[in-house]
Write a protein that binds this ligand. Structure first.
Ligand code: MRU
Length: 346
């Protein structure tokens, strides 16, 4: 795995004429990059979870639009209609991460302008979304690390790292920054059923020289009871205006357990993860994925009496969150202070 500019592992790389996507389904056993040259391919990469994690999904979709413009502008006078159809297709790839829709809105706004060279202008917009996300993650890392000063142990859930973003990570960015100041003990929940914690987070941290201890999701309460952690740090897929936060299934359970054990919960997410249009988390669409991601193989057959319920996100109410960390600032006790104040902050 090449690390550019001394940075962390890279989920996405723009080659100059294609999008390279690290196939996260194959990690950590195999490091395989696939190249995509059109929006259909990028849509498939998101649907199949070769690329996953809210900000990375948004960035990939932005490059998908850039690839669409590049393809259709050269071939058709009706290129705008074809690009619009590709945007609609990309928007259907996954429902919960609002970064996807935010990024597509940015791209649509650029498309609505007149450009001498539309393919170049639209690509520049995608590259800016990618670069800005990396900058935001570094800012969140420092802001979050300020809050973690003195912590002896943190637990994270899912993968909210470089693999899920434009680089450095949201929750893992905070953990990276905190660890660089003073080593802390890091625990990662395995994150059933897709095992983002077991396959991605501990691998990503080890690539960066940060030791991590993997725990079964079901060990979280006992870990908290042991006194080993004082913080849980997670990312988010969509944050409502009141601070309710959707994240990987199991985050809500951790938040409830954290309250019982006096452990604090930090949600680190860029403002592109905030859905200013919804008042609370009840309005967030929760993705249900195929039951076969959860079912043991022996039950995947016609006539089986065993099926599975597989929601892949849940919503943690703001009252269980101690701090929301964004690149524009930190909100403590988000249940008392809504997040709207961040909208026009620098
Ligand atoms: O289903 P996934 O792997 O896309 O879910 C990812 C998460 O839930 C992450 O915690 C979230 O997107 C934040 S990533 C910085």
């Amino acid at each position: 795995m090449t690390m550019q500019n001394n940075e962390t592992v890279q989920a996405l790389q723009w080659t100059g004429n294609a999008l390279k996507v690290l196939d996260q389904r194959q990690l950590p056993e195999k490091i395989v990059y696939d190249e995509y040259k059109d929006a259909d391919g990028v849509t498939e990469a998101i649907v199949s979870m070769r690329v996953r994690g809210a900000p990375a999904i948004g960035i990939a979709a932005a490059y998908g639009v850039a690839l669409s413009v590049r393809k259709h502008y050269a071939q058709s006078n009706h290129w705008r209609q074809k690009v619009t159809a590709d945007i609609d297709m990309l928007a259907k790839s996954r429902p919960t991460a609002v970064n996807l829709f935010w990024a597509l809105d940015q791209m649509k706004a650029q498309l609505a302008k007149q450009h001498d060279n539309p393919p170049a202008a639209i690509l520049t917009c995608a590259e800016k979304i990618h670069a800005d996300d990396l900058v935001a993650n570094h800012k969140m890392g420092e802001l979050g690390a300020d809050i973690l000063v003195g912590a002896k142990g943190v637990m994270t859930h899912c993968n909210a790292g470089a693999l899920a973003t434009g680089g450095y990570g949201t929750a893992l960015g905070v953990i990276r920054s905190a660890y660089r100041r003073e080593p802390i003990k890091v625990y990662a929940g395995e994150t059933r059923p897709w095992l983002q914690g077991a396959r991605l987070t501990v691998w990503e941290l080890s690539q960066d020289g940060i030791p991590a201890t993997l725990v079964a999701d079901s060990a979280a309460a006992w870990l908290m009871k042991s006194g080993a952690i004082d913080w849980i740090v997670v990312g988010a897929d969509r944050i409502a205006a009141n601070g309710d936060a959707a994240n990987k299934i199991g985050t809500y359970s951790l938040a409830v357990l954290a309250k019982q054990h006096g452990v604090k919960l930090m949600v680190a997410a860029p403002t592109s993860t905030i859905d200013w249009n919804i008042e609370n988390g009840d309005k967030i669409e929760i993705e249900q994925r195929n039951q076969n991601e959860l079912l043991p193989a022996c039950y995947i057959k016609d006539g089986s009496l065993v099926n599975a319920w597989n929601p892949v996100f849940d919503v943690t109410p703001a009252e269980l969150i101690y701090a929301i960390v964004t690149e524009r600032g930190v909100i403590l006790n988000p249940s008392e202070h809504g997040v709207r104040g961040l909208k026009n902050a620098i």
